[in-house]
Unconditional design. Structure first.
Length: 314
C-alpha cells in the first residue's frame, strides 16, 4: 500500500509538473518570437548603424567573460596558497616531532614527515600552476578591455545611434534567461519525479514476484504431500476386497485435494490397479447383499468381523 501511494504521488507530480513545463516552454517560445519581431522592427528603423556598432558590443561581451575567468583564477590561486601554507605548517610540526629525543627512532613521526613533505610539494606545484593561469587570464582580460576602449573611441557615433536596439536586446535577453532557468528547473523536477516513479514501480514488481514465489512454494508443498491410493488405517473398513489382503480400490480423496494432484500421481495410482485377474471369480452382478455374505461366512466357520460395502467401484 505504501509503494502504491508513492507511485500515485509520483504520477500526479509528473502530470502536474509536465503541464507547467509545457506552459513555460510555450511562454518562452512566445517571448522569443515577440522579441525577434520587435528587434527586427527596431533594426529596420535604425539602419546599418547596428552592424557597424556590433564589434564594440561583441568586444564588451568577451571582456566581461575574461573578467569572470580572471576572478575564478584568482580564487583558485588563493586556495592553492592556503593549502601550501597549511602543508608547510604540517612539515614544521613533523620536524619538531622527529627532532625530539624520544621520537628520533619512532617510525610514525618519520612517516608523518614524509607525508607532509609530499603534501608541500603537491601544494607548491598547484600554487605555481594557479599563479601562471591567473597571469594568463589577467593578460587576456587587459587585452579585451583595451580593445573595448579602442572600439569605443573609433565607433562612438554609431554606438550612440544604435544604443536603443542593443538596450532592447539586453532586456529581451534577460527575460529569456529567466524563462530558460524556469524551464530548466521544471525539467529537473520532472526527471526527479520520474525517478521516484520508476523506483516505486520496481519495488512493486519485486513485491509481486515475492508473492507469486510464496504461492508457488505453497502449491509445491501441497502437491508433494502423500496423497496415494492406499487408504489410511482409519478408513480400512471402507475398502472392498474379494480375499483378505487384496484391495480393489481406495476411498476417493476430497475435491480440493484432487484439484492439486499432479498427472504423475494420477498415473501412479492407475498403475496400481492394472490387474483384473482377481475379478474373474465375481459374478456379473456388481453388488452383493451383506446378509448373504454374513451367512456364507458363518457356514465356513468364519468370525464375521468384516463388513463390506454394497458396491464396488473401479
Amino acid at each position: 500500500q505504501e509503494e502504491l501511494e508513492h507511485l500515485n504521488q509520483a504520477n500526479e507530480e509528473i502530470n502536474r509538473v509536465e503541464l507547467q513545463l509545457d506552459e513555460a516552454r510555450t511562454a518562452y517560445r512566445r517571448i522569443l518570437s515577440e522579441s525577434a519581431r520587435k528587434l527586427n522592427t527596431q533594426g529596420s528603423q535604425l539602419g546599418n548603424c547596428i552592424e557597424k556598432a556590433r564589434p564594440y558590443y561583441e568586444a564588451r561581451r568577451l571582456a566581461k567573460e575574461a573578467q569572470q575567468e580572471t576572478q575564478k583564477a584568482a580564487l583558485r590561486y588563493e586556495r592553492a596558497v592556503s593549502m601550501h601554507n597549511a602543508a608547510r605548517e604540517m612539515v614544521f610540526v613533523a620536524e619538531q616531532g622527529v627532532m625530539a629525543d624520544k621520537n628520533r627512532l619512532d617510525p610514525t613521526w618519520q612517516e608523518m614527515l614524509n607525508h607532509a613533505t609530499c603534501k608541500v610539494n603537491e601544494a607548491e606545484e598547484e600554487r605555481l600552476r594557479s599563479e601562471r593561469e591567473h597571469q594568463r587570464v589577467t593578460q587576456l582580460c587587459q587585452q579585451a578591455e583595451a580593445k573595448v576602449q579602442a572600439l569605443q573611441k573609433s565607433l562612438k557615433r554609431v554606438i550612440v545611434k544604435s544604443k536603443p536596439y542593443f538596450e532592447l536586446k539586453a532586456q529581451f535577453n534577460q527575460i529569456l534567461e529567466e524563462h530558460k532557468a524556469k524551464v530548466t528547473a521544471l525539467e529537473r523536477l520532472v526527471s526527479q519525479a520520474k525517478t521516484r516513479y520508476s523506483v516505486a514501480l520496481r519495488n512493486l514488481e519485486q513485491i509481486s514476484e515475492q508473492i507469486h514465489a510464496r504461492r508457488l512454494q505453497r502449491l509445491i508443498v501441497r502437491r508433494a504431500s502423500p496423497v496415494g491410493a492406499e487408504a489410511s488405517p482409519q478408513h480400512a473398513g471402507t475398502e472392498v476386497g474379494v480375499t483378505e489382503g487384496t484391495h480393489l480400490g481406495a476411498e476417493c480423496p476430497p475435491a480440493d485435494t484432487l484439484s492439486v494432484l499432479s498427472l504423475q500421481t494420477i498415473a501412479s495410482d492407475l498403475q496400481k490397479f492394472d490387474s483384473v485377474e482377481h475379478l474373474l471369480g465375481l459374478s456379473d452382478a456388481t453388488s452383493l447383499n451383506s446378509d448373504e455374505l454374513e451367512e456364507r461366512e458363518q457356514r465356513r466357520g468364519g468370525q464375521g468381523h468384516f463388513k463390506h460395502h454394497r458396491s464396488i467401484s473401479l
